[in-house]
Design a protein around this ligand. Structure first.
Ligand SMILES: [Zn+2]
Length: 178
């Protein structure tokens, strides 16, 4: 057994350690130390500092990963959003919403009803049946438009929930590492 004298990095006390032992705990200050044998000196290193460095590095990597995930989530949502957009005939693009779907449906239904009244008042000539087609079409526009709008809303709220979770996780990690 070869005994070496080393100095504790925590409190400066002189310690005697077996040369074959790499990790020791100081009896005076209870610091956990690593015994390092260099070519010309033998010294001790505080292990807690090492632990802290490793921990803060791991945390930084975790924050980076979370931020990447956030970016990916935003990109994914943007492509989903684009695929669900309503392209109208006049070239305008808008998110599906139930109010405009209902409005468009009602407009077509009113047209159909108007046609039926007109056809009935004229008597023989234009068939009032075409009005029914318009009314049916209007109801379809209303129902399918509302279904699209509610699907869009639920997709968006799921995206916003996941986004909020990621942001609060990132903030928590940043707070701890400060
Ligand atoms: Zn010590």
């Amino acid at each position: 057994m070869q005994i070496t004298k080393v100095c504790c990095q925590g409190c400066g006390a002189n310690l005697e350690v077996d040369e074959s032992i790499r990790f020791v705990t100081c009896n005076y200050c209870h610091a956990r130390l690593e015994v390092v044998h260099d070519t010309s000196t033998t010294h001790t290193k505080l292990l807690e500092e090492l632990d802290q460095r490793t921990e803060s590095m791991a945390r930084e990597i975790k924050v980076l990963k979370l931020e990447n995930e956030l970016e990916r989530l935003d990109r994914e949502w943007e492509s989903v959003r684009q695929s669900k957009m309503i392209h109208s005939k006049n070239g305008s693009v808008s998110e599906p919403d139930s109010a405009s779907a209902t409005g468009a449906g009602i407009m077509v239904i009113v047209l159909g009803v108007g046609w039926m009244i007109f056809a009935a008042s004229v008597g023989a000539g234009p068939s009032p049946i075409f009005g029914l087609l318009f009314i049916g079409g209007g109801i379809y526009v209303m129902i399918s438009g509302n279904a699209k709008a509610s699907e869009f809303q639920s997709l968006r709220s799921r995206y916003q929930m996941r986004r909020g979770k990621l942001i609060s996780e990132i903030q928590r990690e940043k707070l701890v590492s400060r």
